[in-house]
Design a protein around this ligand. Structure first.
Ligand code: NAP
Length: 475
């Protein structure tokens, strides 16, 4: 753990193992932090806050830019760590390291653009100015699926704004977090500005975060269930909260779309991180006239995908994170088939050729999916693509919005007017129009409804770390 500028073990002396999800092998032991460690980290962040928040935007920008440079210089080493600990193919891991570094660079620049405003007053002897202040100590909780970029997406804007940070990463990927914090430490951040508490049991750390009065903001990425619980508790201390939660993205293939082209994009986004992505499509809504062409191309591409260790260049399907993920997918697929879905490919765990040591699931295509099936509503978080046929644009829009989630949605159509209608009608925070990667450090990422509140990245991503201060001057 990294507390007050020092690498140290847990106060209790306890440790836990981080393992490789492709092989089950232990990679290393890390400190198993508890409430006392969280308290020490928060106290360090609180002590560091006055001096850090008093630095100039240019100084904070310099630290972040240095961290960006170190992260880029180290991208191969960091990517290998990610593949080893999280399982994604090395190429995807390299992409995530660069994406993660992008946030450091973007917010290094945004730090210098924290403009205020002046407001005309109705009184001749009065002047109003509005400026921004950092909220204070930020407690960040992050998931395992994007174990580096989810960290920088929070830490970079927090530091740019002048906040200090305590991070608790996911239990499955603590070593990725250690490596990111090393990058920040080597950039020369003053002690206590960034702190890391690793833990096997997240609950005591979470409790300290939501109850400690020194913490002024909780920023969380993870499941809706845990996010809702933490947000509710944080509210009683009137802490600010940002929540990046689950999703259930629709992928609409319109009547006028090139179904083969859409089916080329579909696996790229569906099998991103083996389906373990919050923006992964969970319902493929395809116009009835295009279903056959779409499914044929999609299936042909799925059958060519190889599962295995992310260190094998030919592999595009890595392991799922744990047995619980396998059990959830198995339950959803069995439920769909029992209720009338047709299994076009996949549908089972992969165990041949050494895959039995990890949690591998075959890329799966389900046809004739209906709203009664669990997979129509529950986030799958795995390599299963359910196809649902529709007959009219209104029906597609109604079905797409028929979810309590609201993170990402995708549309394939060459018709500008239709694209605009769907863009406007979809109740989601991120819409890809003929675009399967509508994300960037420069763009706001986040969801509506049960997908959360707040935005990360873009101009909006720093606003969540700032208080607004009004000055009324009588002259
Ligand atoms: P999760 O179980 O909610 O865990 C997320 C983080 O919360 C982990 O660090 C976890 O620690 C911690 N946590 C769990 N219980 C806690 C508690 N009682 N108190 C404090 N912290 C607690 O979610 P996950 O399964 O890791 O991640 C997958 C979910 O994240 C999916 O729903 C996905 O859609 C969502 N996600 C959303 C975005 C987005 O930007 N909207 C991005 C990526 C992922 P442990 O690991 O130790 O349990």
């Amino acid at each position: 753990m990294f507390i007050d500028g020092e690498w140290r073990g847990a106060a209790s002396g306890a440790t836990f193992d981080s393992t490789n999800p492709a092989t089950g092998a232990v990679i290393a032991s890390v400190p198993d932090g508890g409430r006392a460690d969280a308290q020490a980290a928060i106290a360090a962040a609180e002590r560091a806050f006055p001096a850090w928040s008093a630095t100039t935007a240019y100084q904070r920008s310099d630290y972040l830019r240095r961290a960006w440079q170190i992260m880029m210089d180290r991208r191969d080493e960091l990517a290998k760590r990610m593949t080893e600990e999280q399982g994604k193919p090395l190429k995807a891991a390299r992409g995530e390291v660069v994406y993660g570094a992008d946030y450091l660079l973007w917010f290094a620049e945004e730090a210098k653009r924290l403009y205020g405003t002046t407001i005309p007053s109705s009184r001749a002897d009065q002047r109003f100015i509005v400026s921004h202040m950092p909220v204070g100590v930020v407690a960040a909780i992050t998931p395992w699926n994007y174990p580096m970029s989810m960290l920088t997406r929070k830490i970079a804007p927090a530091l740019a704004a002048g906040c200090t940070v305590v991070l608790k990463p996911a239990e499955s990927t603590p070593l990725c977090a250690v490596d990111v914090i090393k990058v920040l430490a080597e950039a020369g951040l003053p002690k206590g500005v960034v702190n890391l508490v690793t833990a096997k049991d997240p609950a005591p750390i979470g409790q300290e975060f939501v109850t400690n009065p020194a913490v002024r903001k909780i920023t969380f990425t993870g499941s809706t269930k845990i996010g809702r619980m933490l947000a509710t508790q944080a509210m009683s201390g009137l802490k600010r909260v940002s929540m990046e939660l689950g999703g259930h993205a629709p992928f609409i293939v319109c009547e006028d779309a090139d179904a083969v082209h859409a089916a080329k994009g579909a696996p790229l986004v569906k099998f991103l991180n083996t389906g373990q992505a919050c923006i992964s499509p969970n319902r493929f809504l395809v116009h009835r006239s295009k279903v056959e062409a779409f499914q044929n191309e999609f299936k042909a591409r799925m059958l060519k995908m190889k599962a295995g260790s992310g260190f094998d260049d030919a592999v595009s399907i890595g392991p799922l994170i744990n047995e619980a993920a396998i059990a959830k997918i198995d339950r959803q697929v069995k439920d769909a088939v029992a209720k009338g879905a047709t299994l076009l490919c996949g549908g089972s765990r992969l165990t041949d050729n050494g895959l039995d040591k990890g949690c591998f699931w075959a890329p799966t295509l389900l046809a004739n999916v209906t709203p009664e099936m669990l997979i129509y509503r529950e986030e799958t978080f795995g390599p299963v693509a359910p196809v649902i046929a529709y007959d009219s644009e209104d029906e597609a829009l109604r079905m797409a919005n028929d979810t309590h989630y609201g993170l990402a949605a995708y549309v394939y159509t060459p018709n500008l007017a239709r694209a605009m209608r769907l863009y406007e009608g979809l109740r989601f925070g991120i819409i890809g129009i003929n675009d399967i990667n509508p994300t960037s450090a420069a763009a706001p990422f986040g969801g509506m409804k049960d997908s959360g509140m707040g935005r990360e990245g873009g101009r909006e991503g720093i606003a969540d770390y700032l208080e607004v201060k009004l000055g009324g001057f009588a002259i």
